[in-house]
Design a protein around this ligand. Sequence first.
Ligand code: ZN
Length: 332
Amino acid sequence: MEHKTGLVSLEHPNRLKVIHQMLDTDFPNELITIKPEPATMDVLETVHTPVYIEKILKTADYDFTHLSPDTPASAKTYLAAFLAVGGCLKALDSLLSGDCQAAFALVRPPGHHALPDRASGFCIFNNLGVTALQALKVYGLNRILIVDWDIHHGNALQRLFYDMKEVLYFSSHYVFTFPQTGAWEDTGRGPGLDYTVNIPLLKNLGDEDILHCYRDILSPIITTYEPQLILVAAGFDGHRDDPLGRTDLTEQGYGWLTQLLMKLGAKVGSPPILLALEGGYNLKALAGSIREVLMTLTSGDPEAEIPNPYTPQGEELVKKAAKIHPGYGIQY
Ligand SMILES: [Zn+2]
């Protein structure tokens, strides 16, 4: 809430305010709160350059400044940014020590566009990038799946893990918008070849088609890869009411996506799931979508049937994915 971004940015403190109001009303007792601690410099330096981290700390000297044209900062932004990464790391500790099976890091600023030396697209530190690297280094994992369902491509996450098979980056996004990356053909490099999976979505795709893509494309990927941990870059700007969105997902669509992840995870030993907040700029849609995700995580029926009436557009995407990634045995 102390990361103040001025009057024009869509990424503003009220996003967290509405989420907290929703939590107070709808989840008065069901959730455990994990208190974040700021990430340390050492940990941040696994992704970011020392010069860049220094630049973020320096913003404390100004009431208001800009790290990039679209990424404003205020005097306490540095603290929020350190806590956003630290919150994800504390959640990771809780998950991997078995204290809980799923966690949602309700943090700002978001992270999936944050490059090693550059703030971009409202993002300052790469919250999930740092978290995945810690899971590899500290906990010795070697198969982490990142699912990025934000409507924007997580260019910085892709870049971080492009050469690695230890982190599989799966993203669905609208490609003709910021940051204009994430083509089908970007599939990884060297040992990381085929461990980047991009699904460029068409405009106005709805719940059913997007779920169809996730079910038919992600299902064989999860069965083949057998992830030990699932990280979700959980943006809600693909909602049909989002001012930046291009697809027509609904609140329930995000609940179904969550249920699908749980269901697919159950086939490979139910790896813990850590969601971290990315985009989502219609306040009502944001809070309502997160409510559905949390309802699903806390009391969803893993056996419930997910609706399946997809259109030829959804089917085309599955066909294309099968062609680009033959190794996963995607069926259509
Ligand atoms: Zn986004």
